[in-house]
Design a protein around this ligand. Structure first.
Ligand code: NAG
Ligand code: NAG
Ligand code: NAG
Length: 452
């Protein structure tokens, strides 16, 4: 706890001049301003970490505002150490320096990594520092449990293509699967897979096999679901509504049942979270246990799906698979003041946080840029709404009006992926659909909650 509070604490200090109201939001219709050019995964504009993993080029000031994304690397991540983990406030984009970046409270316990969610927190999220452009990924894990507690293992691209496994803590026999194209909500895509035994007490291996033609979900080596690209044609947009862009592996534990969330989200997550549960009494936090994650890059000589160069970037705002370039562009910022178009800004000899302290723009998404009790996007959900879950929400994308804000109890939380409370129509539709939180789109900002 102390370990991760320190950098975030520094970040908080560094960003005290940036109030929530000052952080511009971004969406497809409303790109970021030049001085804070990068649109984070959560729909807010800034520099530094905003321009690294999760930066959406379609919503940023220009396509090259985001820093290019490190290409796929075959790797088995043994989750028996946190040596290769960095808090988002300490990472500048070099995958040689870390395998995972994240926010929250990952802990090492008994040779595994626990993603924890202490009382009143927004949980923990970790993402790989490299991107997978098709390929296979599998995770051996034990889920958390309890009403409102959601464990997730997903692929999430910067333009919000998404392939999911999610587990709600009231059903320890089911893995929910889902996929999204560019964050456009469509709740007809879910599929429930039955897990033999129990997801909380036993490790199981969950796998996603992803090619340009189909997605397969396997549990303990057994095929549970197949989604063919050929079944995803959208006649309105004239394109395949199929995940097709380089994605980070994200693992997370997040509070779907936070009381400030949209009702649809809470219902889907199995009800409100009990912060006095046995789990909390016994351990002090909810937790999910990760033993191993393996990434096997797609093997091809020809795009799409290559990983020959150093980094991926997009050369067109349509962000389809033919617009991804496997390139030699560098991926590392000098400081958290940098952006894709000014990667050397700042001084590498001081910490990003320190050097950014004089900045009037935010540089750590969700972290320390908003004072407690203010929900990013809350006030402005009307103007920014109507798309991309503006406030935050990863893939509430598209049309979803109410956007984000869902999970938020403080200025630090990110959306829980579902339309927000502010739009009852959307909410009602979600409830009917039983949604399935699209982009887990959760979490961030932690420090804020712990300080409350
Ligand atoms: C999947 O299971 C959850 C409960 O665990 C349920 O709410 C949802 O409707 C199910 N979805 C499908 C498509 O059957
Ligand atoms: C991606 O690229 C391949 C090869 O160019 C193509 O066949 C496929 O239809 C493209 N689109 C999608 C949605 O994957
Ligand atoms: C098809 O694409 C349009 C435009 O992006 C979108 O509004 C609509 O929801 C999509 N339809 C389906 C069924 O996904």
């Amino acid at each position: 706890m102390v370990r991760s509070l320190l950098p975030l604490g520094a970040a908080l200090l560094g960003a005290t001049t940036v109030l929530a109201a000052d952080i511009p939001t971004c969406s497809l219709e409303k790109k970021c301003p030049e001085e804070a050019p990068c649109c984070s995964q959560y729909g807010q504009c800034g520099v530094g970490a905003f321009c690294l993993g999760g930066c959406d080029p379609r919503m940023s000031f220009s396509l090259d505002s985001c820093v290019p994304a490190p290409v796929c690397k075959d790797k088995t991540y043994k989750m028996d150490s946190l040596d290769r983990y960095k808090d988002i406030s300490e990472y500048l984009g070099d995958p040689e320096t870390a395998d995972w970046v994240g926010q929250g409270e990952p802990l090492l316990y008994d040779g595994n990594v626990l993603l924890t969610m202490p009382p009143k927190s927004v949980g923990t999220v970790l993402a790989t520092t490299t991107y997978m452009w098709y390929g296979n990924v599998k995770a051996t894990l034990k889920t958390s449990r309890g009403a409102g507690v959601v464990t997730a293992f997903i692929l999430f691209s910067d333009v919000k293509d998404e392939i999911d496994y999610e587990w709600v803590g009231v059903d320890l026999h089911t893995a929910q699967t889902n996929y999204y194209f560019q964050g456009i909500p469509d709740y007809t895509h879910t599929g429930n897979l039955t897990v033999d035994g129990n997801t909380y007490d036993e490790f199981h291996e969950y796998e996603i096999q992803w090619t340009p033609d189909e997605i397969r979900w396997l549990i303990d080596g057994k095929l549970g679901r197949t989604q063919k690209r050929s079944d995803t044609w959208n006649e309105t947009s004239n394109q395949w509504a199929y995940p097709q862009t380089p994605a980070r592996v994200q693992i997370s534990l997040w509070p779907g049942g936070l009381e400030t969330n949209a009702k649809g989200t809470i219902d889907w997550a199995g009800g409100k979270i009990d912060w006095n549960s046995d789990e909390i009494q016994d351990y002090g936090y909810y937790f999910a246990t990760f033993k191993e994650v393996t990434v096997e890059c797609y093997k091809t000589d020809k795009a799409p799906g290559t990983n020959k160069g150093v980094s991926y970037y997009y050369n067109d705002i349509s962000a389809t698979n033919d617009t991804v370039v496997d390139s030699d562009k560098p991926t590392v910022l000098k400081s958290l003041l940098g952006t894709g178009t000014d990667m050397d800004k700042g001084d590498s000899t001081t910490s990003g946080s320190a050097s950014a302290s004089s900045s009037s723009v935010a540089y750590i998404p969700g972290g320390g840029s908003a004072p407690p009790n203010q929900v990013p996007g809350d006030e402005n959900s009307d103007d920014s709404g109507s798309d991309s879950g503006s406030g935050t929400g990863g893939s509430s994308g598209g049309s979803s009006t109410g956007d984000s804000l869902a999970c938020a109890t403080s200025g630090f939380v990110q959306s829980c992926g579902q339309s927000g409370t502010s739009n009852s129509n959307a909410g009602a539709r979600d409830v009917e659909r039983g949604l399935g939180a699209s982009a887990f789109a959760v979490v961030v900002g932690f420090a804020g909650l712990l300080l409350l």
